[in-house]
Design a protein around this ligand. Structure first.
Ligand code: GTB
Length: 226
């Protein structure tokens, strides 16, 4: 296990005195924590990381204490949360990244669930059928990405819903970064998604985070495939 504080040069922590301190407990991969880390970085938040190695996880008693027996675990002061999308929603509420009203929030939920469907397909391919299923997965990809392209093109603001990033945008952005590693040309026929990735990548705090050694040294997935 190793633990450290993740912060950019100018933490804005004091502006959000009601929240945190935030702690993420997870394995040393991007995996189910990629989107929340990018979101925290972009929101100018500091957070503590506790990285578990898999051997300690299987030996120790942390698993038994986790609601679903899995990581990530997220702590916001005394609040303990599991399930990566519930954590993203919580951060959406804390940091005003959950739409301007109930209707926007409902559409943001819908888009987050759409990203989750893509994450599950991607995870199945990576963890269960990388050698036999990767080529077919890449062939089928436009069919999945087209749906996000259509929403992004229709909204015209550069975000999925509304005119600023929501937790669903951070999740989509992170899953697209992973897909670009899988297939560098996968956004060539999706101009709105391509521009979304470029603009998100250029946001100063995201750029600093993605360029940090702490981020770059984390593999995308737990089995080393990408
Ligand atoms: N729906 C949950 C969520 O979104 O948070 C899914 C959480 C989940 O799948 N957690 C996995 C886990 O805790 C880790 S993500 N597995 C351990 C267990 O079930 O006992 C995938 C993953 C697998 C392996 C590694 N690794 O070896 O480092 C890292 C991440």
């Amino acid at each position: 296990m190793c633990s450290f504080l993740w912060s950019l040069s100018e933490p804005l922590h004091h502006l959000h005195h009601k929240m945190g301190p935030y702690t993420i407990t997870y394995f040393g991969v991007r995996g189910r924590c990629g989107a929340m880390r990018i979101m925290l970085a972009d929101q100018g938040q500091e957070w503590k990381e506790i990285l578990m190695d898999f051997a300690d996880w299987t030996k120790g008693d942390l698993k038994a204490s986790c609601v679903f027996g899995q990581l990530p675990k997220f702590e916001d002061g005394g609040l303990v949360l599991f399930q990566s999308n519930a954590i993203l929603r919580h951060l959406g509420r804390n940091h005003d990244a959950y739409g301007k009203d109930g209707k926007e929030a409902a559409r943001i939920d819908m888009m987050c669930d759409g990203v989750e469907d893509l994450r599950l397909k991607y995870g199945k391919m990576i963890y269960q059928e990388y050698d036999t299923g990767k080529d077919q997965y890449i062939k089928d990809l436009p069919n999945h990405l087209d749906k996000f392209e259509a929403v992004m093109a229709k909204n015209k603001t550069g975000f999925l819903v509304g005119d600023k990033p929501s937790f669903a945008d951070y999740s989509l952005f992170e899953v697209l970064l992973n897909h670009l590693v899988l297939c560098s040309s996968c956004l060539d026929t999706s101009p709105s998604l391509k521009s979304f990735v470029e603009k998100m990548s250029a946001r100063p705090k995201i750029k600093a985070f993605l360029g940090s050694d702490a981020y770059k040294k984390l593999p995308i997935n737990g089995n080393g495939k990408q």
